[in-house]
Write a protein that binds this ligand. Structure first.
Ligand SMILES: NC(=O)c1ccc[n+]([C@@H]2O[C@H](COP(=O)([O-])OP(=O)(O)OC[C@H]3O[C@@H](n4cnc5c(N)ncnc54)[C@H](OP(=O)(O)O)[C@@H]3O)[C@@H](O)[C@H]2O)c1
Length: 292
């Protein structure tokens, strides 16, 4: 689909902002978040809370668009465990409203999902693997996928995993994690294939433009533990590697349980997409050099 107008929710976030920048000049972009901030002059910001379903539907009804790319989420996994009501409203209910709208008005819904649908017993996971979330974030994201499929709308579900990159308004979470801690504690027992937000955004746009429909995994080429990832980060950012301390998910004492052998098999993505995601080392260099 050569989209003329695209709505992106989560415009101020990691994924939404990267997709928006890449669509600039190719089509008109309308960006939603509670505090959209300034991404660029040509992106039209709309400030509202997507959990206000009346505001959401009224906005969608008065806006002309071809595709709705839903990058809004409560993506803080521990916060989802603590404030379940908020997590459900953002990650599931609002998505169901978008899917019903897209079905009724024949629009394409592109939705970002996660490897946290799986329990992490035997990852990485294919598109066909059986889901079994072990935290509330994963439950809300699984229910959103179910709502999209059962709505009957035209959809692309992009399952991805740990994303790193720069935010539009300042240093990325990754840079802060690496630079602001004297000790960088990283789990050596949690694995996935992290992806640079720019590569993910390129893939989402290619999927939209090639008329793909269904579920696809989009992940990076390197299957690493968080500890190995942090060591690569230390190398690229010139940080003393002694500051990276090997830990475990148990020792980190996080609120929500994490799937350990997580991540995604990316064979389907490799077959259908021309864009190949960059390696962790190259992605980290892009982050270091301020790429958006
Ligand atoms: N980050 C990862 O490692 C990761 C891994 C796998 C999958 N994913 C998925 O990828 C997608 C994008 O994640 P991300 O990392 O870009 O998230 P993010 O950086 O935390 O951005 C989330 C965006 O959602 C907006 N938002 C949150 N609640 C909202 C509400 N009630 N109403 C309107 N806007 C709201 C936020 O803006 P305001 O706060 O201004 O409203 C922000 O723009 C999500 O579906 C996430 O589940 C992320």
């Amino acid at each position: 689909m050569k989209a003329r107008r695209v709505v992106i929710t989560g415009i101020s976030g990691l994924v939404g902002s990267h997709i928006a920048r890449r669509l600039e000049g190719r089509c008109e972009v309308i960006g939603i978040s509670r505090k959209p901030g300034k991404i660029s002059k040509s992106i039209l910001p709309e400030a509202f809370d997507i959990t206000d379903s009346r505001a959401l539907v009224s906005f969608l009804e008065r806006t002309e668009f071809d595709a709705l790319i839903n990058c809004a989420a409560q993506a803080d996994v521990d916060r989802c465990e603590i404030d379940r009501e908020e997590a459900y409203k953002i990650n599931t209910e609002a998505v169901a409203v978008m899917a019903d709208f897209c079905k009724k008005h024949k629009r394409l819904l592109i939705h970002l999902s996660t490897d946290y649908l799986f329990d992490g017993q035997n990852g990485p996971y294919s598109e066909e693997a059986s889901s079994n979330p072990i935290n509330y974030y994963g439950e809300t994201k699984l229910e959103a996928e179910i709502a999209i499929r059962s709505s009957g709308c035209a959809y692309i579900i992009v399952r991805t995993n740990h994303i790193y990159g720069n935010l539009p308004d300042g240093p990325s979470r990754l840079v802060r994690w690496l630079l602001e801690n004297s000790e960088i504690k990283a789990a050596s027992d949690q694995y996935n294939n992290s992806i640079w937000a720019g590569s993910l955004a390129d893939s989402v746009i290619e999927l939209m433009e090639m008329d793909f429909r269904s579920v696809v995994n989009i992940g990076g080429p390197d299957y690493l533990s968080r500890y190995e990832f942090a060591m690569e980060g230390a190398e690229v950012f010139g940080i003393d590697k002694k500051r990276v301390v090997k830990s475990s998910i148990k020792k980190l004492g996080l609120v929500a349980p994490r799937p350990l052998m997580a991540g995604l098999i990316i064979d389907k993505m490799k077959q259908i997409l021309k864009t190949a995601p960059v390696s962790v080392v190259d992605g980290l260099k892009k982050v270091r050099d301020g790429a958006l």
